[in-house]
Write a protein that binds this ligand. Sequence first.
Ligand code: AHR
Length: 508
Amino acid sequence: MKAVVSVHAKFTVGKVDDRLFGGFVEHIGRCVYDGIYEPGHPEADADGFRNDVAALVRELNMPVTRYPGGNFVSGYDWHDTVGPKELRPVRAEYAWEALEPNQVGIDEFVKWCRKVNSAPIMAVNLGTGSAKSAQELVEYCNFPKGTAWSDLRRKNGAEQPHGIRLWCLGNEMDGPWQIGHKTAEEYARIAHESGKMMKMADPSIELIVCGSSTRSMPTFAAWDARVLEETFEIADYLALHAYFGCAKEDVKKMEFFASPEVLEKQICDIIAACDFVAAEKKSARKVNLALDEWNIWYRGNPKAHPETRWQAARPVNEETYDMSDVIVVGGLLMAMLDHADRLKIGCLAQTVNVIAPVMTRPGGGTWKQTIYYPFYYTSRYGRGTVLRSHTESPAYESADCARPVSWVRSVAVYREEAGEIALFAINRSTEEAAEYTFEMSGFSPESVVEAVEIHHDDLDAVNTEGCEKVAPAAIPAGVYSVAGGVLQTTLKPASWNMFRIRVRNQEA
Ligand code: AHR
C-alpha cells in the first residue's frame, strides 16, 4: 500500500493551545486515594503525594488538570474539603458508591498541581449544588483577602490566591445517570446564573459550559444549541466528552481504529451547534470547544468488585490498555490537532489508575500503560502550528463513518521555535506495511532529528508492573530518507510513528 501526504508552509489549521494536552483527576476509584495520594508510601512527600506518580505525570506535560469530577462533582460539597483534615466529614459518595474521606481537598489539589506543573480546571457542582456555593468557591480560591472565604483560605495556609482560571459549570448534566440531572432549560438557567455570579467574584475566569456528554445522547446537538442560547454571554467554551471502545466481540479492530474519524465528526457537529447559536445572535464571537473527557473505555467496569462498595479507594474502571489502543489514542490526538483552530482544551480521562496512562500498586511500584507513549510524544512535540494536510491513501468502509477511512492517517505540526516539523502517523492496516511519502512544500527539510515507532506483533500485548511489552523504539536510519523536500519511509502494519524533521521555512 502507498500513502502520500502533502503539506504547504502557507496552509495551516491553526496554533495548538497547550491546554489540548490536559489530564483529569476525579475522586473515583483509586485515582486520588492509592493513586496520586498515599501517605505512608515510601515515595510519599510531606503532603502524602507520591513522588514516583508525580514524576510520571510531570513527564506527560499536562498543562491543565480537571478536578474533582466527573460524576463525582454532582454530589460534592467543597466546604467539606478544606481546613484541618481531622475535622473533615467522611461522606457517602453516591456516583461511584464509595466512601469519600475528604483527605484531599481544594488546597491539597492545588498543591499537587504545582508539583506536576499543571493548572487546575475546577468543576463546580451544579447537580445538587447552588450558584451561591459555586461563587463562594471562586471567592475562596481567587479573592485576594479581606472576605470571610478568602481569609479562610489564608487561615488554611494559602496566603496567596490560587488563581484558578478555568472553571467547569457542572458535569454531563444531560445524562440521566448524573446526580441532579437536568433538562437543557433547567441546566441553562443555573449555569447562566452561576457563571454570572462566579465572574462577579473574579471577572478574569473562563467558563466551560456542559455540552452533550456523548454523541449517542438522544438530545445530542439540540442540548448544546439550547444551552448555549441561554448561556452565550458567560460561556467561553462548550464541553464535549468522547469515549471509544470495541467491547462487542463482533466489532472488528478496523471499526475501532476508525474512532478518530468518529471523534472528528462529533467535533464538527458541536462546532456547527456553536456557530448556529452565534448566527442566531448575529454575533461574530466564536465559542470554542473543550474536550474535557476523552479516552478509550470499555473493559473497566464500574460494577466490578461489588464486595468493595462503600469503601474508600475501591477499584473501579481499571482499564488495561493494549497495543491496539496505542493506535486509537495516537489517532484521537491527531483528530484533536486537526481541529486546533476551535478545540482549545483536552483532558485525557483520567490520569492515574482509572482509565489511565499511569498505574500504581498500593505500597508498591508504578507502570506506564501502552497509551502513555502516544500521549507523551504528542504532548511533547505536537505543540506549534498544525499544517493542513492532503492525504492520498487507500481507505476502508466503516459502519460508524459516512466517508471511507484512510488506512494511513497523519498530522504535521510546525514547531517554529525548534525549526522542526513533528510528523505523527498511524498505519491502521494489520496486514500491510505502508510505503509512506511526506511532501513538504515551502519547507527545506534538512535532517531527521528523531524517528520513533510503537509496534508489537501482538495487538493484545499489554504492559504490567515490571514488564513493559509495548514501548517506543528508534526507527533505524536506513528505514527513512529525506531528499528534495520529501520524507520517505515504510510504516509497519498496525503501528504508531513519529518523525521530527529539521526544516527551514522558505515562506518565513
Ligand atoms: O471518567 C469517568 C466518568 O465518565 C466521569 O465521571 C463522567 O463524567 C463520565 O461519564
